[in-house]
Design a binder for this molecule. Sequence first.
Ligand SMILES: [Zn+2]
Ligand SMILES: [Zn+2]
Length: 269
Amino acid sequence: MLIDSHCHLDKLDLAAHGGDVNGALQAAYARQVSHVLCIGINLENMGDVIALAEAHDPVFASVGVHPLYQESREPTCDELLAIAAHPKVVAIGETGLDYFYGEGDLQWQKDRFIVHIEAARECQLPLIIHTRGAKEDTLGYLRAYGGGAVNGVLHCFTEDLDMAKQAVDMGFLISISGIVTFRNASALRDVVKALPLDRLLVETDAPWLAPVPHRGKKNEPQFVVEVAEKVADLKGMTVAQVAQQTSANFFGLFQKAQPGVARSEAQNG
Ligand SMILES: [Zn+2]
Ligand SMILES: [Zn+2]
C-alpha cells in the first residue's frame, strides 16, 4: 500500500470522474493507494475537509491556515485545538513560511506560523510545514517555539540537503512530491538519494504539481504511484519497498491515524 500524505481532496478537478470524489478515491485504491491525508488550508474550507474525512475511512484530515492564504480568517490557538480534537484530524497545518513571492506580509506569515507551532505543541500532533525560500526562519522558528517538543513533516520539499538534514535532526520527515519527476529537479533528486528512506514520505499535493507523465493534467491521489516509482528508481529499490517503508513512516508520524479501516472500503468499492 501507498499513502498520499498531502492532498487537497476538496479542490480536485473531478471532470475525469463524473464530478464524484469517490471516483478519484476508487482510482487511487485500484492502484494500491490505501490512504489519503486531506490538508486544510484555511478555516473557511475546514468543513469540506472534515466532511471528506468523515465520509471515507481511508481519508484523514489536518487543520491549518496556509502561509499564502492571507485573506483567510486568522485562527487562534484555541480554534486550532478545538478542530484538532476531531477524531479524524491527525495533524496541524499546512502552515509555514513561503518567501518565494517576496513581498507579501511576511510578519503575517510568521505570526501565523507561531500560533500553529504552539497549537501542535499543546495537542501533541505533528506539524505539516510548507516552506519555500525561508530556510533560516523556518528552522529558527521551529527551534525557538517548538522547544524540541514538536515534530512533523516538511511537505513538497524543494530546499537544499542541509535544510533537510537539520529538519531530520529535529525529528521531522521530508515529503517528496511529483516535482521529483520534473526534468529540472536534479537537486531534489540528490536530496532523495542522500536521505534514508525511513525519513521520507510521498505525496501528490493534488490538484497541483502532477508528476511526469501526467504533467499538464490535473493531479489526483492515484498519481502518488508515479512519485513512489521515481523515489524507488533513485534509491535502487522496488516500489513495494518504498511503499512499505513510507507507509510505516506515515503511521509512525501521524499516530492518531489508524491504518486498519482502509482495506475494507477499498475492497467494497
Ligand atoms: Zn504547501
Ligand atoms: Zn498543500
